[in-house]
Design a protein around this ligand. Structure first.
Ligand SMILES: [Cu+2]
Length: 183
């Protein structure tokens, strides 16, 4: 009798709530960990400072499907602040990655988590929004695939294998100096 009471009055609403919340969050959370670190590159015969993320330039290609939740952990291993801006994405303002405007800068040796729903599809890119870090390596592809039940999904086209390509340039000049030269 006591057990039955607990079940009916206390547990059942909880079980019901769990079922409901499970349905709401049925979509996938896709997590990436990005380690931002100083590196040296040699594209011209001289070693120059650059910034690599997970050891690579451009930064890793991030792939999601519309409807996913993006969860991106940014581990700042630099000796300076950083930030990441998701170019052309529809997202809550606080996830937009503009330091001192939509968030505080990511301080050295700290981790910041960007979390936002993917509500569009297409090939975009992401980049640092701090100083001129983008110019020395912090740019990468950001791909949002269509859902397979999307009304506009073209079988045989949207499911073809794709290879993302980033075209970029390098100068041995410090970007701060370079921008003064062209300004
Ligand atoms: Cu941008």
């Amino acid at each position: 009798m006591v057990l039955q009471n607990i079940l009916s009055k206390k547990l059942l609403p909880i079980v019901f709530l769990l079922l409901v919340s499970n349905n709401i969050s049925a979509q996938k959370t896709v997590r990436y960990d990005l380690y931002v670190k100083d590196t040296l590159v040699n594209f011209t015969g001289k070693f120059k400072r650059a910034i690599a993320v997970n050891g690579q330039i451009p930064m890793p290609t991030l792939v999601f499907t519309e409807g996913d939740t993006a969860e991106i952990y940014v581990h700042n291993l630099l000796k300076e602040e950083t930030s990441l801006h998701w170019h052309g994405l529809f997202l809550p303002n606080k996830e937009d990655g503009v330091p001192n405007l939509t968030q505080m800068p990511i301080k050295p040796n700290t981790t910041h988590v960007y979390r936002f729903p993917i509500i569009q599809n297409g090939t975009h890119w992401y980049h640092s929004h701090s100083g001129l870090q983008e110019q020395i390596g912090m740019y990468g592809n950001f791909i949002m695939l269509k859902k397979s039940d999307d009304k506009t999904f073209r079988k045989g086209i949207d499911d073809l294998p794709t290879v993302p390509i980033v075209l970029s340039e390098w100068t041995d000049l410090k970007p701060e100096k370079h921008s003064q030269n062209v300004a």
